[in-house]
Design a protein around this ligand. Structure first.
Ligand code: GLP
Length: 239
């Protein structure tokens, strides 16, 4: 695993934006795997800046997001659909039809998971998958458990994730209790994975990622089986 250790959140965001920019310039029709949460917001801000300066063209880029709450409507300002448009898609020239996010208000969640998994499988492999990490080591919404899922699936959120994500909602009760998420196998099929982490609250999860054990109690540890992972983190998350 390659490590890029950064002094600040800003530096981390620029380092991540550099990797995406380099790919988009070299391969304009690349496929990006994208993540939500507060961690990648700075990276998205930087990508928008570079687009506005005319340095980047997203007209041929295709994206797959990791996950979405369930049930939630895309218009809900807490949906990941809303988040992605608010932070990135509405500010760049990516065609709407190139954007893929699991549908949070699909009537049949299982059918939606199959549809999403099949869509990813039928597409060209994801060139770069961006990941954040939960305080408990979750990636996407693959939560610590006795076993993990390989493919896109519906999952319950752990109490600690509901508590951690409550800061975005009016109250903890408003946080959806379920989500649709790519599985560990879906994530590991990306050609390259970039994991971003900042702040003390991520330190335990990052330590587990850096030792030699692989365990379902810290789903991110499965990234150790992937040959091309870059960890971009700040000193608080690392030390
Ligand atoms: C959420 C998302 C993850 C994200 C994580 C960390 O629950 N499903 O994809 O990586 O939590 O969020 P944050 O970046 O806000 O710490």
């Amino acid at each position: 695993m390659e490590l890029i250790l950064c002094k600040t959140y800003e530096e981390m965001s620029l380092a991540a934006a550099d990797q995406i920019s380099e790919l988009v310039c070299k391969k304009p029709d690349c496929t990006l795997g994208l993540a939500t949460g507060s961690t990648p917001v700075g990276m998205y801000r930087e990508l928008v800046k570079r687009y506005e300066k005319g340095e980047l063209d997203f007209s041929k880029v295709k994206t797959f997001n990791l996950d979405e709450y369930y049930p939630i409507s895309p218009e809900n300002d807490q949906s990941y659909y809303y988040f992605m448009h608010d932070n990135l898609f509405s500010h760049i020239n990516i065609p709407e039809e190139n954007i893929n996010i699991p549908c949070g208000n699909a009537p049949d969640a299982e059918a939606e998971c199959h549809r999403y998994e099949d869509l990813i499988a039928a597409s060209e492999a994801v060139d770069i998958q961006i990941l954040g990490i939960g305080q408990n080591g979750h990636i996407g919404f693959n939560e610590p458990d006795d076993f993990l899922y390989a493919s896109t699936h519906i999952t319950g959120l752990t109490d600690s994730t509901i508590a951690a994500n409550a800061r975005f909602f009016e109250s903890e009760n408003d946080v959806p209790k379920k989500a649709l998420t790519m599985g560990i196998g879906t994530i590991l099929r990306a050609k390259k994975i970039i994991l971003l982490a900042n702040g003390k609250s991520k330190h335990a999860a990052i330590s587990a990622l850096l030792d030699d054990k692989i365990t379902t109690s810290c789903p991110a540890t499965f990234l150790k089986t992937h040959p091309n992972v870059v960890l971009i983190c700040d000193e608080e998350a690392y030390n």
